[in-house]
Design a binder for this molecule. Structure first.
Ligand code: SAM
Length: 240
């Protein structure tokens, strides 16, 4: 029988970084492979030890956790990469979804790539892919802009720059600014632009608003603005 390649095995290989996706709400979205890798690596590097500790406890796993977050990322990346170079297997997870996608992880992955160390993804939930794929807006090409900076002038400049962009735009937005952002879209891109605002995907209060920007904005303002949001904006000529 042929041995599975290192990147398909459920057993972590020494000297390897695993980039492991965790659920964005529904715990059943944790993959079997993620569970196996998290249960067997030497070290789990995580954004918040309480959040990941809670997830691992619910999975019946007790692991040593190393903190890896925005404030210690540069230093921790070098330290963890050195451990991998010395032969340890390490999994990196963020609080939810896919590490390095608007979350810590990029610096550690880069540090490993610079050293020529193997980096293996263990894919799973990602709010960007979940929302875009179920939005009904064009998926043939898209620009993922992550979180826009909070400054109004920068957000206006973004919308003006991409008003006539040929592909779909996908953004993460905070619950503190989602109402204002919906207003800005209507104002800068027009009331007829097709958009999707998805809230709390895979969670109890999952909500989808898809259609003309002005209608989506009005429906958004009538509902709860708590939770997590992804915004998808179709190219100008698209009609649902
Ligand atoms: N790395 C994560 C991923 O793979 O999607 C993203 C982390 S980023 C810090 C958190 C943002 O992702 C939220 O503010 C929201 O824009 C989006 N997000 C995460 N989970 C979500 C969910 N269940 N429903 C809607 N948006 C979500």
């Amino acid at each position: 029988m042929t041995e599975p390649a290192a990147n398909t095995s459920l057993t972590p290989q020494p000297g390897t970084l695993y980039v492991v996706a965790t659920p964005i709400g529904n715990l059943a979205d944790l993959t079997d492979r993620a569970r196996a890798i998290l249960g067997a690596v030497d070290v789990v590097a995580c954004e918040d030890t309480r959040t990941t500790g809670g997830l691992l406890t619910r999975m019946g796993l007790r692991r040593d956790l190393v903190s890896y977050h925005d404030h210690n990322e540069a230093e921790a990346a070098e330290h963890i990469a050195a451990q991998i170079a010395a032969g340890k297997s390490v999994a990196i997870v963020s609080d939810a979804g896919t590490p390095a996608i608007s979350d810590p992880g990029f610096r550690l992955v880069r540090a490993c790539r610079r050293r020529g160390l193997p980096v293996i993804p263990v894919p799973g939930a990602c709010a960007l892919a979940a929302v875009l794929s179920a939005s009904g807006l064009p998926t043939n090409g898209f620009l993922f802009a992550g979180f826009l900076v909070a400054k109004t002038s920068a957000r206006t400049a973004f919308l003006e720059k991409y008003r006539d962009f040929e592909f779909t735009l996908v953004l993460y937005e905070s619950c503190h600014r989602i109402d204002k952002f919906a207003d800005e879209i209507v104002e800068k891109l027009g009331p007829d632009r097709t958009i999707c605002i998805a809230r709390e995907v895979t969670k109890l209060h999952e909500t989808w608003l898809v259609g003309r920007a002005a209608e989506v904005r009005d429906r958004l303002l009538k509902g709860s603005l708590k939770g997590e949001f992804v915004v998808v904006i179709a190219p100008a000529d698209f009609v649902l």
